[in-house]
Design a protein around this ligand. Structure first.
Ligand SMILES: Cc1ncc(COP(=O)(O)O)c(C=O)c1O
Length: 335
């Protein structure tokens, strides 16, 4: 039977409908020596913007539209390490908004170019700018949002809709896809929206779930979690992108995190490359950090356990970085 466009057009999903509902897959090769461990990976690069940030940004923009905070023809401004920016730029493109994205200069060229491809404007700020400097990428976004009329800032660090988005989508997906078998959840943090939102949901369903957060050496979270203090000399000069922080975000809730472990660039990048070569999963550096921490945990466990680790984005965003041997050599890294 032949249908007319008018009768079938409502049956097709829009790009926005493809956000979330990402697969949870088993990683068998990396855990071949650990028969009692089931390691499951949540593949967020299946989302159209290529990362875990799509669902959070869509949730916040939908809410801003509903509440009249973002009006037709308006401008979306946000500070980003590239993935939130890609989600903002993608959604702005589909809905006719202008997008202005500020980021530290360590953000990969692939990510910067992707934002421009979506039609967004980017403002690149020095990674070395301290959190109180006007040059810091977060302060730059705040200033632009104040100055530009009819603009809306997503405010991913302090907007509590960020963890809420993960509480309502990522958490339930992991719970259902793991058939409630999840015992441990591993996710590194920048805003902490993912780890806090997912943890809240999983612990409500199964209070015994333990949440482990890897943190790059040089970020403030490790010391804050273990000692309650913020190191004054946190330079955040590590090479990993999108995780760790130089300031405390409101989106992160440490009461929902059971342990924070430190991860080096080297260990994270090594594991990211193993993920590609041994599991066929081309992912970003934070995925390597998560899987490294998940394997450390797995090796310490004596009884059967199911560990779920986040794979926040795709390795296609970093081909010129830790997948490139000359880049590694230029940073004195041999993996
Ligand atoms: C690659 C990558 N991994 C992990 C995260 C951490 O996510 P969250 O901000 O929800 O803590 C981010 C955030 O920017 C990211 O870009």
């Amino acid at each position: 039977m032949v249908h007319s466009s008018a009768t079938v057009s409502h049956r097709f999903p829009s790009l926005m409908d493809t956000i979330g509902n990402t697969p949870l897959v088993i990683a068998k090769h990396l855990t071949a020596h650990l028969a009692h461990i089931t390691l499951l990976l949540k593949l967020e690069f299946f989302s159209p913007g290529g990362s875990v940030k799509d669902r959070m940004v869509k949730f916040i923009i939908d809410d801003a539209e509903k509440r009249g905070l973002l009006k037709p023809g308006g401008t979306i401004v946000e500070n980003t390490s590239g993935n939130t920016g890609a989600a903002v730029a993608m959604i702005a493109a589909t809905r006719g908004y202008r997008a202005i994205l500020t980021m530290p200069d360590k953000v990969s060229k692939e990510k910067q170019k992707a934002l421009k491809a979506f039609g967004a404007e980017i403002v690149v700020c020095p990674t070395s700018a301290t959190p109180d400097s006007p040059e810091h990428y977060v302060n730059m976004a705040k200033r632009l949002a104040k100055e530009i009329p009819n603009s809306f800032r997503v405010d991913q660090y302090d907007n509590l809709l960020n963890p809420e988005a993960h509480y309502l989508s990522t958490g339930p997906e992991i719970w259902e896809q793991s058939f409630g078998a999840v015992d441990y959840f591993v996710a590194s943090a920048s805003t902490g929206g993912t780890v806090s939102g997912v943890s809240r949901y999983l612990k409500e369903r199964k209070p015994s779930v333990q949440v482990v957060m890897p943190d790059p050496v040089g970020s403030i979270y490790y010391e804050y979690f273990h000692k309650g203090t913020i190191p004054h000399d946190a330079a955040c000069t590590y090479l990993l992108e999108g995780i760790g922080e130089d300031h405390l975000a409101k989106a992160i809730n440490f009461k929902l995190i059971d342990n924070v472990v430190q991860v080096s660039d080297e260990n994270a990048f090594k594991m990211t490359r193993r993920l590609a070569k041994e599991e066929g999963i081309l992912a970003g550096g934070s995925s390597g950090a998560n899987v490294w921490a998940a394997l450390q945990l797995a090796e310490s466990l004596k009884t059967p356990a199911t560990i779920v680790a986040m794979i926040p984005d795709t390795g296609l965003k970093y081909l010129s970085k830790f997948f490139d041997d000359s880049w590694l050599a230029s940073h004195n890294l041999t993996l």
